[in-house]
Design a protein around this ligand. Structure first.
Ligand SMILES: *[C@@H]1O[C@H](CO)[C@@H](O)[C@H](O)[C@H]1NC(C)=O
Ligand SMILES: *[C@@H]1O[C@H](CO)[C@@H](O)[C@H](O)[C@H]1NC(C)=O
Length: 486
């Protein structure tokens, strides 16, 4: 009998402990979304005059009679906000219609000017990952990755659950999917927030680049990505090909919201081009030669990662240089590479040694990190844009090509993936290549002779420039958020 009493005691003890834990948890759980929080919050304020109070009363009265929920959105990117143009554009578009946006991510590089000056957008920075956990080594990656993820779980959970007010919608960029998707699901569940996933690519396919497609981590990551994305309310993708792939691999129905150039990417007039070439320190010295066509200005922007093979461009430029030695009809090249990333130093050293060996004659390769405005001006002033983006999933589209088209700049790009023709029409606004040799041949073809081909591509790119982000966003996302067209 004593035994039975002990068991009862034990059971009661466990039950008590469990219920205390659950209570504690619920008590500290993230608060729920309340569409009228902004109305209730307008109580009498300190230092308020009678007139103010009366006005506030009237407003509150009017709102409580015909309440209109405030449109609030959290835009979440587990990355540098400044280097996530699309997420910034989402925030700007939502804010433009009068919605309130929390833009959540790492605050490292400079933000889009329309974001930093916008009163409807609040930047909520995540706590940066300690530098000891950042590594490119494959062996160390297996050790530091879990620690890095633990860190990100903490900062993301803390900011999303407690550092911000609940919003009606949460728009999350994927990838990175770990731990973003799981945490976003969890928080949205507690806060009654509607989750929207903005698919830029697949997290598992990027991991597969690093570890190989058969690695168990890649399989786990795919399973994870599927499980935590299926219950989201809405999905946007950057291409039709990606929407098809989501349907076939994860059985998810998505709407395509194509990237389009933002308004600061515009074609330049000859006069504007001259001003830009003379102003930018990267082009100043060559301004006259570029305008006369003796030098051609080529721009490529790269993230200096495994996703983009910079070596390929370097090989093609070497081959161009050696052919230009004999063919005087080929113009000299000023090649400007913009962007920041892990492999940059490695390639800078390589360029230097190639220069010493005189393998990059009749061209100058320089790197730059420009503000958005300067980058947009540079694209407008260039002759050709080059995209090295090798899609890991085959269905994502490089945003930089979109920006180049915005500036009316024809594009030569790595074109051996499924979604490429959705963006670039061969021979009309750009050309695709699949090897360094092909890129060399394209450069020679497009740049040599009377320039007719380049002119034709430029006309095609200018046509492309007319379709803008705001039109696309209002049509697709604006409908979801029930913003009238403005
Ligand atoms: C505003 O409303 C509160 C109660 O809701 C009332 O106590 C207060 O006197 C009102 N103020 C004015 C200026 O009408
Ligand atoms: C901010 O929202 C208001 C409406 O609340 C709107 O009139 C204004 O244009 C928005 N500002 C920006 C910069 O988008």
């Amino acid at each position: 009998m004593a035994d039975a009493a002990e068991i009862v005691n034990w059971v009661v003890g466990v039950a008590l402990a469990l219920s205390t834990l659950v209570t504690l948890f619920l008590w500290t759980a993230p608060s729920q979304y309340d569409p009228f929080a902004h109305v209730k919050a307008q109580g009498p304020q300190a230092g308020e005059t009678d007139e103010d109070a009366k006005f506030a009363n009237q407003t509150r009265d009017r709102l409580s009679r015909s309440p209109e929920p405030q449109k609030t959105l959290q835009v979440v990117v587990l990355g540098d906000i400044g280097r996530s143009p699309r997420m910034q554009y989402h925030a700007i578009s939502f804010a433009k219609h009068g919605g309130k946006v929390d833009l959540i991510g790492f605050h490292e590089s400079e933000l889009h000017p329309e974001v930093s000056s916008n009163k409807n957008i609040t930047i909520v920075p995540l706590v940066p990952t300690p530098s000891a956990l950042q590594t490119n080594s494959k062996i160390l990656f297996l050790f530091t990755a879990p620690l890095k993820i633990l860190w990100q779980i903490w900062t993301l959970y803390h900011i999303l659950g407690y550092g911000t007010k609940p919003a009606k919608w949460m728009l999350v960029q994927n990838p990175p999917s770990i731990p973003t998707l799981a945490i976003a699901q969890w928080i949205c569940f507690f806060r009654c927030t509607k989750l929207i996933i903005d698919w830029h690519n697949f997290g598992y396919s990027i991991l597969a680049l690093k570890l190989g497609p058969r690695h168990p981590f890649v399989r786990i990551s795919k399973f994870y990505e599927r499980s935590f994305s299926q219950r989201a309310d809405t999905h946007f993708t950057v291409s039709n090909a990606m929407a098809r792939m989501l349907q076939s691999t994860f059985n998810i129905k998505a709407t395509t919201l194509h990237d389009r150039p933002a308004s600061q990417f515009q074609p330049l007039t000859a006069e504007q081009r001259k001003t830009v070439l003379e102003r930018l320190s990267e082009t100043k010295e060559y301004a006259k030669d570029i305008q006369s066509g003796h030098w051609k200005l080529i721009v490529s922007s790269t993230s200096w990662t495994a996703d983009e093979d910079f070596g390929l461009l370097l090989d093609a430029l070497q081959a161009y240089s050696s052919s230009a030695r004999e063919r005087q009809s080929l113009p000299n090249l000023l090649v400007i590479i913009t962007g920041k990333g892990p492999q940059k130093e490695y390639y800078l050293d390589k360029i230097q040694s190639l220069n010493q060996e005189k393998k990059l004659d009749r061209m100058l390769i320089s790197t730059a990190w420009l503000s958005t405005e300067d980058y947009a001006s540079l694209l407008g002033a260039a002759d050709i844009g080059i995209s090295l983006h090798k899609s890991s999933s085959g269905v994502d589209l490089p945003m930089k090509v979109v920006d180049m088209f915005g500036a009316g700049l024809p594009v030569l790009g790595w074109g051996k993936f499924e979604a490429w023709p959705e963006l670039v029409r061969e021979g009309i606004n750009g050309r695709g290549f699949g090897s360094a040799e092909e890129l060399t041949r394209l450069l020679q073809e497009v740049l040599e002779g009377d320039g007719k081909q380049l002119q034709k591509l430029r006309e095609g790119a200018s046509k492309e420039s007319a379709i803008r982000w705001d039109d696309e966003w209002d049509e697709v996302a604006g409908k979801l958020f029930k913003f009238g067209r403005s």
